[in-house]
Design a protein around this ligand. Structure first.
Ligand code: ADP
Length: 347
């Protein structure tokens, strides 16, 4: 059996040491015949008293030291208070070792916290960088058009209207960006209360198709709904509308020039419905798929900006679906097409 260096064992060892010393002293240095039982009794008393005193001293020394450590690592957040935790320390265990373990755990959790804070800081920096970058282009465009108009363009029939229309387009782009940013901020800070509507999916899809008719026909994209009329779902209808709008708009923006079509389907999956928005557009390369739902992530920056995209559409889709505690997925093959799918509770 190996010796375990617990306070109790050390107290016992040192008291026994003192006992052996006293016993040897009495026996060898001051031997008196017939006094052996008294020597043994005295030795026993020395051992017991030594053990009690040692243990008491150890305990108060350890408690004082550990208190300082606990104060630093637990601050005020400990259930039942630090004093109770210290009292619970067992003197028959390796106290230093177990406190050491707690300090190690504390250090690991602090390291993780610092890592998260660093990531958040980087995220914040990237976010501000992205927002200012996104705003720069339309602002410079508007500035350019206004300057040209002021420097004589206003009187030039060939460009005055055209430049004003272009400036308006840039204003629209900024408005979209600001609205998307506002929504994403509210979604991320969970300030947005979701309604629990029950609605017919097919009529929502048809309504969306009607509102996007001009956009789709300008891009020669055929919109097809394969959603049966008996499908009712649960969720915040206006937010789900936004999800489908964002996905259908993307399918139009990233469509191919000929025979382009977007199809919305719904599949029965026992407790839920799986809703799919499919297109036969330009598709997305595999390496982009894992990051596709991040804010401002784009596979083709120039095309997205030309189409007036804020780069936030899919991030908003993800937030809305996650706020509904549902799942979202994407499958895509370059030059073949993409399918975005999400689940909804049955209504
Ligand atoms: P954006 O405003 O740039 O469209 P989104 O978040 O809606 O922002 O989309 C992110 C990126 O994902 C787009 O820039 C585009 O590269 C890609 N993408 C989204 N939907 C499709 C799609 N249906 N087909 C091909 N690429 C797509």
């Amino acid at each position: 059996m190996s010796f375990k260096s617990t306070p109790r064992n050390i107290a016992l060892l040192s008291a026994s040491g003192a006992g052996i010393f006293i016993f040897t002293y009495l026996l060898i240095i001051q031997p008196k015949e017939g006094n052996l039982p008294q020597y043994l009794l005295l030795t026993g008393i020395v051992v017991v008293l030594g053990f009690i005193v040692n243990l008491f001293l150890f305990r108060s020394y350890i408690h004082n030291r550990v208190k300082i450590i606990y104060r630093n690592i637990f601050s005020q957040k400990l259930d039942g208070g630090i004093d109770n935790k210290i009292k619970a320390l067992s003197m028959s265990e390796d106290v230093v070792d177990s406190v050491g373990e707690e300090v190690k755990e504390w250090a690991t959790s602090k390291t993780k916290e610092i890592q998260i804070l660093k990531e958040l800081e980087q995220y914040r920096k990237d976010f501000i960088g992205n927002v200012s970058h996104e705003l720069k282009t339309p602002i410079f465009n508007i500035q350019g058009y206004i300057l040209t108009l002021l420097e004589g363009g206003l009187e030039d029939e060939n460009i005055n209207r055209k430049f004003l229309e272009r400036a308006l387009k840039s204003v629209d782009r900024m408005t979209t960006l600001v609205e998307d940013l506002d929504l994403i901020t509210r979604l991320e800070s969970q300030q947005l209360e979701l309604k629990n509507d029950r609605f017919q999916l097919s009529s929502l899809v048809l309504d969306i198709f009607n509102s996007l008719e001009i956009l789709a026909s300008n891009a020669n994209v055929k919109l097809i709904s394969k959603v049966a009329d008996n499908i009712y779902v649960k969720g915040d209808q206006s937010r789900i509308r936004q999800v489908i709008v964002n996905l259908v708009v993307n399918s139009i923006k990233y469509s191919n020039e000929s025979d382009a079509l977007t199809e919305v389907r719904a599949h029965d999956m026992d407790e839920k419905y799986l809703i799919e928005v499919s297109d036969n557009g330009i598709g997305i390369a595999k390496e982009h798929l894992p990051r596709l739902f991040e804010r401002f992530y784009r596979t083709d920056k120039s095309r997205s900006r030309d189409e007036g995209g804020s780069g936030l559409g899919l991030a908003i889709v993800k937030h809305i679906i996650e706020a509904h505690q549902q799942t979202l997925n994407v499958r895509s093959t370059e030059q073949v097409g993409s399918t975005f799918s999400f689940t909804l509770e049955k209504g």
